[in-house]
Design a protein around this ligand. Sequence first.
Ligand SMILES: [Zn+2]
Length: 100
Amino acid sequence: MYQVYNNSPFVPRNVMNELVEEKLDHLMHLVDMCCCSECRALVKELAMKELPSMHVTCMSEDVHARFAGMAAQTQANIVTAILHSAETVQKHSQHCPVQK
Ligand SMILES: [Zn+2]
């Protein structure tokens, strides 16, 4: 985990974290799994472990602009990592059964 220093916008941050956040909810709903905060955190944690870190120092608005043109392959890798992690959590998490 990284720390936030003095709320400065110029803090090195892992953009991968934001890219995963952006796609996480959509993909978890897509695979129709439990979307409670615990499962969500697990899927995110696993996906982040599979993906390389991408640290940048810039303000939030820039992040999206800077990575809007990111390689399709990287975008595909993020989706694959999230889906793979979702599948793992779905298989091993017994704490809350699928709600009917
Ligand atoms: Zn759950």
